[in-house]
Design a protein around this ligand. Structure first.
Ligand SMILES: [Fe+2]
Length: 318
């Protein structure tokens, strides 16, 4: 099935007045308008060959950096420059399902950049999914479910290892995620943020987020399916837990798995697969477009950078 949208391609010919350094103001405005309209742009042919050149390319946009070290991302990543890091260290056979970056946390990036440093031998596309189209189709199929998401928000449970676990798509340790050294400091941070927690075996830490919005609109744009439900439902570890469901509405009732299964299929219908060419740069509006990673063979390297951190408070029922 053909994707119901495309990713506009920007080449050096579209930016004749840019010769490195900061983008001219009019170009910045034009690109910003496009990314808002289409949810993402593909930059191709810009002679960006490594992490440092990618870092300089991002610098041209004048957007605030969102350092990985300050994020609550659960993926294990390694910095290559101050702004640029590896997208995810999960093994090639692991699919990373569609998600909005850090939509399961209280701080998320508004804009994302990805850079195709090395392409895979097989697979390794980046699926890109229009969240507004997905939400519209999901609401037509499951109006009660979508309304419940609007009214109650969602909570996510996850377990963070004590030490980094490179075999997992969510292998970042609680020490690194919370930027603390001791269990007491971890608890103080979580208390302040409104999380619930329990210590698990092997000094791992099981968390449940406060209720977070799952369906919302940004900047007068359309409503979007802004959450981490698909990636969590399809991809997160299902550790046994007698206390909290993996995914719950804000009132702690579990989310219906049939609706989540259907949401995955509906999202796939609204997805295009970006097949990387070396040097490609994809610029995304994280409030409009979901992304993921298809499994691959060979050595694939896609680097990432997060921009424009947005802070929000926990969901409060109307
Ligand atoms: Fe991601």
């Amino acid at each position: 099935m053909e994707a119901p949208f495309s990713l506009p391609e920007v080449t050096p010919r579209d930016l004749p007045n840019w010769h490195g350094g900061a983008l001219p103001g009019r170009d910045q405005q034009r690109l910003e308008a496009w990314v808002q309209e289409f949810g993402g742009l593909l930059f191709r042919g810009f002679d960006v060959g490594d992490a440092h050149a990618f870092d300089r390319f991002i610098g041209a946009f004048g957007l605030a950096n969102f350092p990985y070290s300050e994020s609550f991302s659960n993926a294990l990543r390694f910095n290559r420059t101050e702004r640029v890091f590896t997208a995810n260290e999960a093994p090639p056979s692991v699919e990373i399902f569609l998600h909005h970056e850090m939509a399961q946390t209280l701080v998320f990036p508004k804009r994302l950049f990805f850079f195709g440093e090395t392409t895979a031998e097989r697979g390794g596309e980046t699926p890109l999914c229009r969240s507004d189209l997905t939400l519209r189709a999901l609401e037509a199929a499951h109006p009660t479910f979508v309304q419940a998401l609007r009214e109650k928000g969602v909570r996510y449970r996850s377990t963070l290892p004590s030490d980094p676990d490179p075999a997992s798509g969510q292998g970042r340790s609680w020490r690194a995620t919370l930027r603390v050294d001791t269990p007491n400091a971890a608890e103080a941070t979580l208390q302040a943020l409104g999380y619930r927690w329990r210590w698990a075996k092997d000094h791992a830490l099981t968390l449940q987020t406060p209720p977070l919005p799952a369906v919302l609109a940004f900047d007068q744009g359309p409503e979007v399916f802004f959450n981490q439900l698909l990636a969590a439902h399809a991809g997160w570890r299902r550790t046994e837990d007698a206390h909290w469901p993996l995914l719950a509405f804000g009132d702690q009732t579990p989310l219906p798995t049939t609706c989540l299964d259907d949401a995955l299929a509906i999202a796939e219908d609204n997805t295009l697969n970006h097949a990387w060419r070396t040097g490609d740069i994809v610029f995304l509006d994280n409030t409009r477009m979901m992304h993921g990673r298809r499994p691959f063979e060979g050595s694939r390297s896609v680097l990432a950078a997060l921009c424009e951190p947005q802070r929000r408070s926990a969901f409060k029922p109307a």
